[in-house]
Design a protein around this ligand. Structure first.
Ligand code: NAD
Length: 496
């Protein structure tokens, strides 16, 4: 059995813990590896390596740091197919989708190559007579990144390139469900010239996370995962005095107004609802149809769903399996609950015949109509291929429904009315808004983040917020010695 360990101080290592997690190929249901689940001691060893490395890495010139980033970008770009295969083998998403994930990660590496511009400070001459002031941003030291299973490459790359480019050392704790991609990234970073200890990967579960949240050398935590864990991470790490951004779960609404192009809206709903088997934090899981469009829209979505192929992600299918057997059971139980609650299953994914091994973790795309806001298929984040249609009478009712959700990650409005779209982007309490764009993931040079229970903290991921998160500001006020400025004066300094 392949045993997956850690990457510490520039090399793959085994830890001291005897605890293991199972890693599966979700399309076959077979266990393909075991992953070491780090002990507190294993994590401490990685943090100490990062602490040593951070001391010299912060002094590496911007030219040296960006040279490493550029080389890393070339390696990831050249090996992106390999990375996609590793993602598909452990996560299950289809290869084309995995390749898309790698591409979005590459864009953050490219953004981090421009760190010299992003770190530029300000300078004011003569703030007082012959006194100058300037601002700079410095790295924090050691930072922790804790990532979820659903984007084993993209989410680590939301943070690691920016953190490293800004002069920090990182301890990355990937999801124990699909740990291999993070180790490859760390190896390739080292190959690109990153000094030992600047990027470490520890595999593990709650024990590893808790150790990172409490370790005094860890100055900041970037977390992505489900809302209950994000809230816990935020509370515990801020109590320990750390800077935290904790991105949580989602329930993303797509509002379709009566004037929308229904073919485009149906395409978008299918793509955003069932891509990656709904295991995306920006997946559309609630479709809000403003009457009288619902009947027609549901018919067009169902027609498209009939052509979807669910199966092994290596066989050119549209949609792969769910990540684990337990998760597939959980999603299936939500479908059971939806039927029991009276929602109408227009297409029932429990009946799917997959193009893949019968032991894979399958559930086909499922479409529910006549869903009401009290049903668990609407209130809970299912994180599977289940799309719920809610019918409302007006635009105002649609906005009120979206704003009543505890989540606020992404949303989209489909309309040909620019005024309505503009009103929606102004009124909706959600961090990322699409106008006729179903999955409005910001480019790397903007920042990614939701509102309310979808993000705890204030700075979002990558882009300018990412740079601000991984650095702290300093303002220097300087006067070069000149005898004219002597004299005792205990008054508060003011400009002269
Ligand atoms: P998860 O919360 O189960 O796990 C996330 C990370 O936390 C993993 O590294 C895991 O090992 C660790 N963890 C799990 N339980 C823990 C605990 N009790 N204490 C400490 N650490 C713990 O999430 P997941 O199932 O891996 O990922 C899916 C979730 O992530 C979904 O809710 C999805 O919406 C969310 N997500 C959000 C975004 C976003 O940008 N907001 C992006 C991707 C995924």
């Amino acid at each position: 059995m392949n045993l997956i360990g850690h990457f510490v101080d520039g090399k793959r290592v085994s830890g001291s813990s005897a605890r293991r997690g199972d890693v599966f190929d979700p399309a076959t249901g077979r266990r393909t590896a075991q992953v070491e689940l780090a002990s507190a001691t294993d994590v401490a060893v990685a943090v100490e390596a990062a602490e040593r490395a951070a001391r010299s890495w912060r002094d590496a010139s911007l030219a040296k740091r960006t040279a490493v980033l550029f080389a890393f970008r070339e390696l990831v770009h050249a090996r992106r197919d390999r990375l996609a295969e590793v993602i598909t083998a452990e996560h299950g998403k289809v290869l084309a989708d995995a390749a898309g994930e790698v591409q979005r990660g590459l864009e953050v590496i490219e953004y981090a190559c421009g760190i010299p511009s992003a770190l530029r400070g300000g300078y004011s001459e003569n703030v007082s007579t012959e006194v100058d002031s300037y601002s700079l941003r410095q790295p924090l030291g050691v930072v922790a990144v804790i990532s979820p299973f659903n984007f084993p490459v993209m989410v680590p790359l939301w943070f690691v390139p920016v953190a490293v480019a800004a002069g920090n050392a990182v301890v990355l704790k990937p999801s124990e469900k699909d740990p291999s991609a993070a180790l490859l990234l760390a190896e390739w970073f080292a190959e690109a010239g990153l000094p030992d200890g600047v990027l470490n990967v520890v595999n593990g579960d709650k024990e590893a996370v808790d150790t990172l949240l409490e370790h005094p050398a860890v100055k900041a935590v970037s977390f992505v995962g489900s809302t209950p864990v994000a809230r816990y991470v935020y509370q515990r790490a801020t109590m320990a005095g750390k800077r935290v951004q904790a991105l949580g779960g989602a329930k993303n609404h797509m509002v379709v107004l009566p004037d929308a192009d229904l073919d485009l809206a149906a395409d978008a709903a299918v793509n955003a609802g069932f891509g990656s088997a709904g295991e995306r934090c920006m997946a559309i899981s609630a479709l809000v149809a403003v009457e009288p469009v619902a009947d027609e829209l549901v018919a067009r979505i169902a027609q498209r769903m009939a052509g979807l192929r669910t199966g092994d992600g290596r066989r050119g299918c549209d949609m792969g399996p769910l990540v684990t057997a337990a998760h597939a059971d959980r999603v299936r139980s939500y479908v059971d609950a939806g039927v029991a609650a009276g929602a109408v299953p227009v297409i029932d994914g429990r009946d799917v015949t997959p193009d893949g091994d019968p032991d894979g973790f399958w559930l086909g795309p499922t479409l529910f109509d006549h869903v009401t806001p009290d049903m668990s298929i609407y209130t809970d984040e299912i994180f599977g291929p289940v799309l719920s249609v809610l019918r409302v009478a007006s635009y105002d009712e649609a906005v009120a429904l979206v704003n009543a959700s505890p989540y606020g990650n992404g949303t989209a409005i489909f309309t040909n009315d620019g005024g309505a779209a503009r009103r929606y982007q102004h009124e909706v309490e959600v961090g990322m808004v699409g106008v006729n764009v179903p999955i409005p993931v910001p480019m790397a040079y903007y920042s990614f983040g939701g509102w309310k229970s979808s993000l705890f903290g204030d700075l979002h991921a990558h882009g300018p917020d990412g740079v601000a998160f991984f650095t702290r500001g300093k303002v220097v006020t300087s006067r070069w010695l000149d005898p004219r400025h002597g004299g005792v004066n205990l008054g508060f300094p003011t400009q002269t």
